[in-house]
Design a protein around this ligand. Sequence first.
Ligand SMILES: O=C1O[C@H](COP(=O)(O)O)[C@@H](O)[C@H](O)[C@H]1O
Length: 256
Amino acid sequence: MTTPREVVVHPDAEVLAQATAARLLVALVDAQSHRAPLHVVLTGGTVGIRTLAAAASSPVRDAVDWSQVHVWWGDERFLPEGDGDRNETQARDALLTALADALPAENVHAVPALDTLVTTPEAAAEAYATELARFASDHADVPAFDVLLLGMGPDGHVASLFPGHPALGARGATTGVHGSPKPPPLRVSLTFDAIRTARQVWVVAAGSEKADAVASALASAPVETTPAAGALGTERTLWLVDAAAAAGRPGGATTA
Ligand SMILES: O=C1O[C@H](COP(=O)(O)O)[C@@H](O)[C@H](O)[C@H]1O
């Protein structure tokens, strides 16, 4: 089951990041009154990392029981551990290091980095899929993701699923990606199969360079040309955008 896209427009990228961080922290607090543990999927990208930094500086972060939160990534750049271009490195710098006393290290499930044992995106994708399956219930491939955050590129890519790329059709939970049009060329991504199991999928996008892709995705363009159109949650699909990114959609930059 998938859900209709809801759109919330914020005035600019900074307010978007602050509001998304607040929304995420409150969503985790709310969900913790119903179930535990929670599984949250982080994104890389400009607004995604800015959102994590905003969460780090929010007092609401202390309302979350981080010992009952598991952290995953929607995609990763296949680079050595600690590389500054890895989404994991940026997320640790922006938020996770600040949570080190509250969030158990074993709850942070990074996509394996390039090293002497893991030499291909496929090997990393397979190891990541095994880790995901360890926390899945029943016959699922992945844990029950509570909130799955996605950034979106100007070309409409989400996670590392790019327009026209064979990874768009990958089955199972994860896929290795070669020839990404955005550097670095080697990546690992959740598949649409995995993304669409999430309770809530939130796509965050800011800037006029994203306006065409936002308009296409909200108009349900084919996933082959606008991958973000395929990002749908089972309980809620939320588009969190700034006014510049919203400018091309019907209704323009006004709040939905
Ligand atoms: O490479 C990536 O890019 C997208 C979007 O990045 P942005 O800087 O245009 O916001 C991001 O969602 C993805 O996780 C990342 O690997």
